[in-house]
Write a protein that binds this ligand. Structure first.
Ligand code: FES
Length: 574
């Protein structure tokens, strides 16, 4: 493998010349107290840090950034920390998903506009992983991903609590009158008790596992709990490794291909990953110029057993997963289904990375022969209600609802749903199909995680805990239930979901991948003819940019102008 020379470093364009502009660049580095020996001829390593006081999952990132710097210095690089938007799943409205593309653009432009040779990307909370990776793929400089790591298990009254999953579960019990206010407050104190991202197999754990499987992280990085000392050591290891990657000129385009995406989807199915992964993987593939179709998820799901026994589809949490062998242990178990010759940021293949992996708790990471579920956690549905597809996670649903026909109870948007769902007069039964409109990429906006519509309280009191629910929204990876999501095209732009009315019969047949509205084409055409498009939500700012360019769920909700295409020119150095 040929290695770069110092003169070939990208940063050398800023610092290396003997002219007026390089004088300015060097003198300003010296303004910060650095000497020529610190930065001249050395790989400049950006550490893109999505820390903020509101990014609760990343509250350890200031320390970790210092540990990355330690590794960069050790390996002879020059570290520079660059803050980027901390997309916080908890607090950002109207939906953090609206800002994934913002972070992707910010990442790409931070790297392009400055003297950067390589980058360590620090993220973990749901949208930060795809946002950072999308930007790095588009910029295509050597990049390594340091995941935040999951938080420790939650704890209440001798019971283990999982992020999100147990919130929904116990909220339903509270609404049914089975949990006291005092219990509820104790849970609030015990469910999130350390730095780190959600510790169920939600979107954060799913996306960091996918990043590692794609080849973007060092072996095992995604499973280490945020507060484990091994996480600090992983941070400095990333710092050391990225410097070598710069000399090797190992870029995302060198290890991303159709096989690495197949591996990522296979891992997603084996871990019972979040449905959100589908949208993010479609967007990542779009950035990399790799053709990926929604149907590929179903094909791989059908041949991939789910072997991780993790909530919401299973029993355990990410801390248990780490002690059981973590992602390397799981990948080793499913290695017959993987393309092991895919390259990774370690400089070795996925197969090489797994050589020493093992599983020490078989109840947490099961086997292909004895899986948690014989097929993966995702089914792609089509029909007259979702011509461009919809998604369901059958492993997280009541099995009896996977083939169901029932009358629609329609809510025209989230506020309508919130106002009426618990109305004692609402005509709804256990067999009704709850439909939420105007919650997609444009309608939400940002496809909020409203897809797990609440069960009406009067049904909760009768003991009902799951119903068929259909929307163009997403669902938290920690959620569960017979929720049909990502219906495309969305209702806000006149997709068929917009034309469903109360009482229409809807057929869900997961085995046959079918989602059908039992209304004649003539009647649907009549409804379409009288449908009025909603007024635009934004006329200025990022919202207007988002509305003008976001693609539908089946294409990954990236901006159309950010898909792979002609290279963006490097800046001229003046
Ligand atoms: Fe950050 Fe769940 S809130 S990962």
């Amino acid at each position: 493998m040929s290695r770069k020379t110092p003169a070939q470093l990208r940063s050398n364009l800023w610092f290396g010349a003997n002219d007026l502009r390089s004088f300015g660049h060097r003198s300003r580095a010296k303004q910060m107290g650095y000497a020529n020996e610190d930065f001249l001829g050395k790989p400049m390593i950006a550490i893109i840090n999505t820390w903020s006081d509101l990014a609760t999952c990343h509250s350890h990132f200031r320390e970790r950034a210092e540990e990355v710097k330690r590794g960069v210095w050790q390996a002879g690089g020059f570290p520079v920390e660059l803050p980027a938007m901390a997309i916080t799943e908890t607090y950002m409205k109207p939906s953090p998903m609206m800002y994934r593309n913002f972070l992707a653009m910010e990442t790409e432009e931070l790297l392009r506009s400055q003297p950067v040779d390589g980058v360590v990307l620090m993220g973990g909370c749901d949208k930060t992983t795809p946002g950072l990776l999308m930007g790095a793929i588009s910029m295509n400089v050597p990049a390594i991903y340091l995941p935040a790591g999951p938080m420790l298990r939650g704890n209440w009254n001798g019971q283990v609590l999982g992020s999100g999953t147990d919130v929904w579960k116990y909220w339903a019990e509270k609404c049914a009158g089975n949990i006291s206010d005092c219990d509820w407050t104790e849970m609030e104190d015990g469910i999130a008790r350390s730095p780190g991202h959600c510790m169920t197999m939600g979107t954060a754990s799913t996306m960091t596992a996918i990043a590692e499987t794609l080849g973007f992280s060092l072996p095992g990085a995604s499973s280490i709990p945020a507060v484990d000392a091994n996480h600090s050591r992983m941070a400095s290891q990333c710092g050391r490794r990225i410097v070598e990657m710069v000399w090797e000129d190992l870029k995302p385009s060198d290890f991303l291909n159709a096989d690495s995406f197949d591996n990522a989807i296979t891992a997603d199915m084996a871990i019972g990953g979040s449905t959100n992964a589908i949208i993010h993987l479609l967007a990542l593939a779009g950035r990399a110029g790799i053709k990926l179709d929604l149907r590929r998820f179903d094909e791989i799901s059908q041949r991939t057993p789910m072997i991780a026994n993790l909530r919401p589809s299973g029993q355990f949490l990410m801390e248990d997963f780490y002690y059981a062998g973590g992602l390397p242990g799981l990948l080793k178990q499913i290695s017959p289904l993987l393309k092991l010759d895919c390259l990774t940021v370690s400089g070795k293949t996925l197969g090489d990375n797994l050589a020493a992996a093992r599983v020490s708790k078989p109840e947490v990471i099961q086997t292909l022969e004895s899986p948690v579920c014989a097929s993966g956690g995702t089914a792609i549905l089509y029909g007259n209600l979702a011509p461009a597809g919809a998604v369901i996670k059958p492993t997280a649903a009541e099995p009896g609802l996977l083939q169901h026909t029932g009358p629609a109870v329609v809510f025209k948007d989230y506020n309508d749903m919130a106002a009426r769902i618990d109305d004692e007069g609402l005509e709804v039964t256990q067999s009704s199909v709850l439909v939420l409109q105007n919650s997609g990429p444009l309608g939400g906006p940002g496809m909020p995680e409203w897809g797990m519509l609440p069960i009406p309280k009067k049904l909760l009191r009768e003991g009902v805990r799951d119903m068929v629910r259909i929307s163009d929204a997403r669902m938290s990876g920690t959620s569960y239930g017979a929720c049909v999501l990502h219906v495309a095209p969305e209702s806000y732009i006149g997709g068929p979901l917009a034309f469903v009315r109360d009482g229409d019969l809807i057929e869900l047949d997961v085995a046959n991948r079918r989602l059908h509205l039992q209304v004649s084409n003539e009647e649907l055409n009549q409804r379409r003819a009288t449908w009025q498009a909603p007024a635009p939500r934004y006329t200025r700012g990022f919202g207007a940019l988002f509305a003008a360019h976001v693609t539908q769920a089946d294409l990954g909700c990236d901006f159309d102008f950010l898909h792979a295409g002609a290279a963006t020119p490097e800046p001229e150095i003046h």
